[in-house]
Design a protein around this ligand. Structure first.
Ligand SMILES: NC(=O)c1ccc[n+]([C@@H]2O[C@H](COP(=O)([O-])OP(=O)(O)OC[C@H]3O[C@@H](n4cnc5c(N)ncnc54)[C@H](O)[C@@H]3O)[C@@H](O)[C@H]2O)c1
Length: 351
């Protein structure tokens, strides 16, 4: 067995909720093997999976794994990823790429200088539904894109917040809505302006639990996104796309509605609505379901990461790309704080 068909030896840094999901994905992927885990607090997953445990990520890196997955709290992402790429080790870095644009820019620059690949874990981009939606748009079936609406509404358990998740660097924007903004960008192109209202009224933490966003795109299209981790509701990607069994699933409830001059699409159902004969509101609408490939986003992301780590593919979500989704979040934070419309800062990097 040569280096290219031996399973990729992957070290996991951060063995909490998401680290456990990555470990499960590795366990069902013949092309990968979990080599070791680093986590300063939790030994449980390493013991359960019978792999070496390290307290310090540096000690895991010293074992020279082929690649590393980072699933630490958000404010540890950039420092941990820098340590990996300085050691020449390819990284799958959980989202958000960083907690502010300055540190994301630093990471993007070092990725460019060192030439070590980093894939950012905006896993929804790997979901077959997202690719099918992108293909419908590219084929012109929606006409000129006019508007997108997104909902991410659920109630997280109170004890989930007995952690880093109540402090700056967390909040529903950086933990959840950054995923939605990333998909909006992927489907509609870059966001250039935002207005926003955020609230911490229900949980009372320093960070927001609820946000309402108004977005403009470079194309001239508009968007709205409403998110909250405090409410009883079935609407949101995690409840409908089948990516995360920890959420109650409601596959018939849409997360996004996309509207164009010729047609509109619900996601993830992929219900495509058009007026009969491409006409107007005096005519009936017809609905067809767009076909899509099978498969889960996390497993497909891992398969892609294996090819990225082996130098066979460029990351579908690079640091520079993910930094644009972070730039949108940062603009939302500024818009909410100032009560004004904020332009999204472009990212100066050629990665
Ligand atoms: N892609 C997704 O859908 C998705 C879903 C959930 C979480 N996430 C992201 O995954 C990351 C982890 O979230 P989580 O919910 O698993 O959090 P968690 O608190 O459950 O787990 C984090 C783990 O990291 C460990 N840790 C803390 N500092 C560390 C360090 N310096 N080095 C190594 N380990 C360290 C903690 O001990 C803990 O076990 C976050 O960035 C989060 O935004 C992504």
């Amino acid at each position: 067995m040569n280096r290219f068909n031996a399973p990729l030896q992957i070290g996991l840094i951060g063995a909490g909720r998401m680290g456990r999901s990555h470990a499960a994905a590795i366990a069902s992927e013949p092309g990968a093997r979990l080599s070791a885990i680093a986590d300063p607090i939790s030994k449980a997953l390493a013991e359960e999976l019978e792999v070496p445990h390290y307290v310090a990520p540096a000690d895991l890196l010293a074992t020279n794994p082929d690649a590393v997955i980072i699933a630490t709290p958000n404010d540890q992402h950039v420092a941990t990823a820098l340590a990996c790429i300085e050691a020449g080790i390819p990284v799958l870095l959980e989202k958000p790429v960083g907690v502010n644009l300055d540190e994301a820019r630093l990471l993007a620059r070092r990725v460019q200088e060192l030439g070590v690949p980093v894939l950012v874990g905006h896993h929804r981009r790997h979901h077959p539904v997202v690719q099918a939606a992108k293909d419908v748009i590219a084929a012109g079936r929606l006409g000129d894109l006019v508007a997108i609406n997104g909902l991410w509404l659920t109630r997280k358990p109170d004890d989930y917040f007995d952690s880093w998740r109540r402090s700056p660097g967390a909040g529903v924007l950086l933990i959840n809505l950054v995923h939605d903004l990333d998909i909006f960008r992927y489907l509609f192109g870059e966001i250039d302006g935002v207005q926003a209202i955020t609230s911490n009224r229900i949980r009372g933490f320093e960070v927001e639990d609820t946000a309402g966003l108004l977005l403009s795109f470079v194309s001239g299209a508009v968007g709205t996104l409403t998110g909250s981790d405090t409410v009883a509701a079935p609407w949101g990607w995690d409840q409908s796309a089948g990516d995360d069994p920890q959420f109650a699933q409601h596959p018939d409830q849409s997360a996004y509605t996309v509207a164009g001059t010729k047609g509109s699409l619900s996601i993830p159902q992929l219900n495509l609505w058009t007026y009969k004969g491409n006409t107007d509101w005096h005519h009936d609408l017809s609905m067809e379901v767009v076909p899509r490939a099978e498969g889960g986003a996390l497993q497909r992301q891992l398969r892609h990461f294996i090819t990225v780590a082996r130098g066979q593919a460029d990351p579908i979500v690079s640091v520079a790309d993910a930094a644009k989704s972070l730039a949108a979040v940062e603009a939302v934070q500024q818009a909410a704080a100032s009560g004004t419309q904020i332009e999204v800062t472009p990212l100066e990097t050629s990665e």
